[in-house]
Design a protein around this ligand. Structure first.
Ligand SMILES: Cc1cc2nc3c(=O)[nH]c(=O)nc-3n(C[C@H](O)[C@H](O)[C@H](O)COP(=O)(O)OP(=O)(O)OC[C@H]3O[C@@H](n4cnc5c(N)ncnc54)[C@H](O)[C@@H]3O)c2cc1C
Length: 500
């Protein structure tokens, strides 16, 4: 195994090296330095799957620009913005934890993983303009969104995002802008946190190590791990196991045999991006611009034109283009992943999902087979003057959306992150993706509160957790918390050099 230190019979085994395992490992070790932790990763490097910089859009989702989080009008005839407020609140936990990681030297330079990039929403046509105006009116009533600007003025839009108006006709247009949005390289962040974890007393990580099985024996989980270099399989044990395998989580959850796993299925959605590294274009656009979802597109396929900063280099990214796949993992997946996940307890839900989501399946097949010219057509809805020679197509990550039987009803494709925990709280698995990496710290807080409640309740555990995520147990959405939110948020953003 490619690891200097391997921890035998640790307290915690983490499966996967994406942002979820990395965050859980680092938060647990900070809360209780005596914990012994071992992480296993099947690929050659760390965070090569969904968390990898090019496999996701790197948007620090805080509900600032994503119109898919606020799709509906409420009974009052105004856009319902409750989901955007919730996601902003969850993202605050990430900012606080990342700020702590930089202040304490877990991560050396924040620029390696997070950069300030304004978040913009752009709409065209009168119906969309009315929608955006109402969304802005509702959001700015809340202290989280006080800074949000709105305009229908073309000169202002041109100033905020010059490419968007080039070659566009005279239809009505509108844009909102939040100055303190972020571009995040979740892969670099996960890598940094795991490297830090690996240097802590009693902790280790191993790549090229596939977890093949897990069984509960008495108080402990027995975890089988195959070394892909030597082809040998070892057994390690731990009191707590975290299945943070991304697309690989469902098969492992099914192998765990816990009752709570019953009925879950997975629906993989592949993705692709158009990217441009042409300096003349890249230098004209510094923003993440989100539009509205076209027709049957799943929420994950809402088009956006993004500034990306990866390894210190700026690029433009447009997409995602969804595609049909039966693989659960990009790097180490197999075409048999989807058929292999079918069980008696989930086949009913899978069939119902197929029948209830025929437009979605048709959309995925059509998206995957479209020509470059059709893809450019979608880009030109955003950037009318886009030229084919400036863009190339690359693969994005795969999202395995969770399917479960809900209230005895048909299977539903969930676009959120699904946390599955065993009754004895000795195992947690994460399924699903969106908004995913951005709210990873909030997801991990929930796992710690549920599965490590005894440690968190001690005076020392609680104090240490407050140092890592100061408002993990406070509700910043309340009107009387506006000042507290601003103080804590500003401190985190200054540490991350998002604010000067
Ligand atoms: C196209 C696309 C765009 C996205 N855009 C955004 C965005 O803009 N902002 C955002 O916040 N989120 C975004 N996401 C979601 C985000 O990428 C994911 O939610 C997040 O990266 C998931 O992290 P993870 O740690 O759960 O999984 P991963 O990063 O996939 O990590 C799981 C790891 O487990 C390993 N593994 C799997 N099985 C095994 C096994 N049996 N043994 C050992 N190791 C195993 C895998 O190799 C992998 O390294 C996007 C996702 C996609 C696909």
């Amino acid at each position: 195994m490619k690891s200097e230190i391997h921890i035998e019979n640790p307290d915690v085994i983490l499966i996967g090296s994406g942002i979820m395992s990395a965050t859980l490992g680092a938060v647990l070790k900070e809360m209780d330095p005596s914990l012994r932790i071992q992480l296993y990763e099947v690929t050659d490097g760390l965070a090569c799957e969904a968390s990898n910089g090019w496999h996701n859009a790197g948007t620090g989702h805080a509900g600032l620009c994503e119109l898919s989080y606020t799709p509906d009008y409420g009974a009052d005839g105004e856009v319902d913005v409750s989901k955007a407020i919730e996601i902003f609140h969850q993202f605050e936990h990430s900012l606080q934890f990342w700020g702590h990681a930089v202040r304490t030297g877990m991560i050396k330079d924040p620029k390696d993983f997070v950069n300030p990039v304004p978040h913009l929403s752009f709409v065209y046509g009168q119906e969309q303009v009315d929608f955006l105006r109402s969304r802005h009116r509702q959001l700015t009533k809340h202290h989280f969104f006080k800074e949000m600007e709105y305009t229908e003025d073309r000169d202002t839009i041109r100033k905020w995002s010059p490419l968007i108006l080039e070659g566009r006709d005279n239809e009505p247009v509108a844009m909102t802008r939040m100055p303190h949005g972020t571009d995040v390289n979740f892969g670099a962040l996960a890598d940094g946190l795991i490297q830090w974890l690996g240097k802590q007393e009693g902790c280790g990580f191993a790549t090229q190590s596939r977890v093949t099985d897990l069984t509960k024996c008495g108080e402990k989980w027995e975890v089988k791990v195959k070394n892909l270099q030597t082809k040998q399989t070892i057994t390690n044990t731990a009191e707590f196991v975290f299945i943070g395998g991304g697309g690989g989580s469902l098969p492992l959850l099914q192998k765990s045999g816990i009752a709570e796993a019953k009925g879950f299925g997975g629906f993989p959605i592949g993705g692709q991006w158009l990217i441009s590294e042409k300096p003349e274009l890249v230098n004209q656009h510094t923003a993440k611009v989100y539009g509205m979802s076209p027709g049957a597109a799943p929420t994950m396929a809402v088009p956006h034109l993004d500034t990306r900063i990866i390894d210190g280099k700026k690029a433009l990214l447009f997409g995602p283009y969804a595609s049909w796949t039966t693989k659960f993992l990009h790097e180490k997946g197999s075409a048999f992943d989807l058929p292999g996940s079918i069980r008696l307890d989930n086949i009913g839900s899978l069939i119902k999902v197929g029948l209830h989501n025929i437009p979605l399946v048709r959309y995925l097949v059509q998206q995957g087979t479209q020509s470059m010219e059709t893809r450019l057509g979608e880009l030109r809805n955003f950037y009318p003057d886009a030229k084919a020679e400036d863009w190339k197509l690359i693969d994005a990550g795969i999202r395995v959306q969770a399917i479960k039987k809900e209230d005895g009803d048909a299977g539903i494709v969930h676009f959120g992150t699904e946390m599955v925990t065993s009754a004895d709280r000795s195992l947690t698995a994460l399924l699903g993706a969106s908004p995913g990496a951005s709210v990873s710290t909030n997801v991990i807080v929930q796992i710690v509160q549920k599965c490590f409640a005894d440690k968190l309740k001690t005076t020392d555990g609680h104090r240490r957790m407050k140092a890592v995520i100061p408002t993990f147990d406070e509700d910043l959405t309340l009107a009387n918390m506006a000042e507290r939110q601003k103080t804590v948020s500003d401190e985190a953003m200054q540490s991350l050099r998002i604010l000067s």
